[in-house]
Write a protein that binds this ligand. Structure first.
Ligand code: FAD
Length: 378
């Protein structure tokens, strides 16, 4: 039998495909990566506009507590010290720090010590519990009731309600309580959104990370696997598939559903528009959920003024339909049952590895994606 040209055909040049290609190539395997998009990187791809790396498929902040993963990505490209500390513009017109911490509580109630903040939170929670008891409600029946007993009326109304309703496209009173089983609060003046030991952005942008991973690997862009499956199957011994699992099986059991985000990107003729990379809009009167000002991911302090322009993206959460980017898998029974049926087929494949957020129909942050690939090689 004639030897095939490649050991692996990797469908998808996103973080999963690129990391797989990198590690396989290092082990002497021959890899071909194809992607239907005109660029590599999948959703971490950045488009340069006015000298600024614009996160084209949504803001991406790398974070992990796994030293091995941090060292690995930094061996490809060094990361900067970006720390995610978003702000929220609330219905009352004020700006609040996130995640909920002593700064937030000071801004909301003027409390200055953890004891004062705790007393205020307890008072608000007790009020919510009493209201439920008076109404004969034993267990929170929806997200609104759950949030009220976890954090009280002020934080719920100013920082949770409007944002969550825009994200899910439904009133909080109609969303299931389990979505927020916990609402972590921090009794310190600490605006770092993540609890991880390491976080940052690749210096020079994410494209350098992906280009570094794909160095020395054959890549073909603008190439959809499904346009010529048989041909692509014949070029390699094994396929690593990172596209949509339902599409791989020609949607034979039906289509998996997603939620998506629409971006409205604008160049502004000013150096510094909102002073922070991420500002959430928690008012129901503002149609978008967040504004991202991309330069703040890579320029700190007065370096922000080195470029007289800035680029912002407004994010609108929306239902997904064909032709839109499939961003977030829907975590309900219907979709999870459907995925299980496709998964059962995938488990029987001997020469196809299904990996990544679309093939596994699961939301993964970037670091866990790399961990998944490490697992294959470990
Ligand atoms: P993808 O990046 O989607 O790559 C899959 C690739 O396969 C795509 O390039 C696609 O074009 C290609 N493909 C699909 N079908 C075919 C086909 N038939 N033929 C050829 N090519 C095909 N993670 C974090 O850690 N921090 C964050 O701040 C963060 N923010 C995010 C914000 C948003 C809006 C989203 C959606 C995700 C975010 N993530 C974040 C998660 C991160 O994007 C993922 O972990 C990562 O992109 C997953 O990589 P992947 O390779 O599995 O998928």
């Amino acid at each position: 039998m004639r030897e095939k040209k490649y050991d692996y055909l990797i469908v998808g040049a996103g973080l999963f495909g690129a990391t797989f290609a990198h590690l396989a190539t290092k082990r002497g395997k021959r890899c071909l990566v194809i992607d239907k998009r005109s660029h590599v990187g999948g959703n971490v791809y950045c488009e340069e506009i006015e000298g600024i790396n614009v996160h084209k498929y949504g803001a991406h902040i790398f974070h992990t507590s796994d030293r091995r993963i941090w060292d690995f990505v930094n061996s490809i490209v060094p990361f900067n010290r970006y720390t995610n500390s978003p702000l929220a513009k609330a219905p009352d017109g004020k700006l609040y720090n996130l995640p909920f911490n002593m700064n937030t509580f000071y801004q909301m109630w003027g409390v200055k010590t953890p004891a004062e903040a705790q007393a205020k939170l307890d008072e608000q929670r007790r009020e919510a519990i009493k209201r439920m008891e008076d109404d004969g409600i034993k267990e929170p029946r929806n997200l609104e009731e759950q949030a009220l007993i976890l954090i009280g009326r002020d934080v719920y109304e100013q920082l949770i309600k409007g944002y969550t309703e825009k994200q899910w496209g439904r009133p909080c009173s109609e969303l299931p309580a389990f979505i927020i089983r916990r609402l972590p609060v921090r009794m310190t003046f600490d605006n770092d959104y993540f609890n991880d030991s390491f976080q940052g952005i690749p210096i020079g942008g994410y494209n350098l990370l992906i280009d570094g991973l794909l160095k020395g690997v054959d890549v073909k862009l603008g190439t959809d696997f499904f346009n010529n499956c048989e041909c692509w199957r014949s070029v390699a011994d094994k396929i690593v598939f990172t596209g949509k699992i339902d599409e791989f099986y020609d949607y034979r059991f039906g289509k998996l559903e997603y939620r998506t985000v629409r971006f409205e990107t604008e160049v502004l003729d000013e150096p510094n528009n909102q002073g922070n990379a991420v500002v959430n809009y928690t008012s129901p009167d503002v149609p978008y959920t967040r504004i991202i000002e991309h330069k703040h991911f890579e320029a700190f302090g007065n370096a922000v003024y080195d470029n007289p322009k800035t680029v912002i993206s407004r994010e609108y959460s929306s239902e997904w339909c064909d032709g839109m980017e499939p961003f977030y898998p829907v975590n309900d029974k219907k979709n999870q049952d459907l995925y299980s049926r496709y998964r059962a087929l995938a488990d029987m494949e001997r020469n196809v590895i299904f990996g990544g957020r679309l093939a596994e129909y699961k939301y993964y942050d970037m670091a866990p994606i790399i961990a998944r690939v490490f697992n294959y090689f470990d």
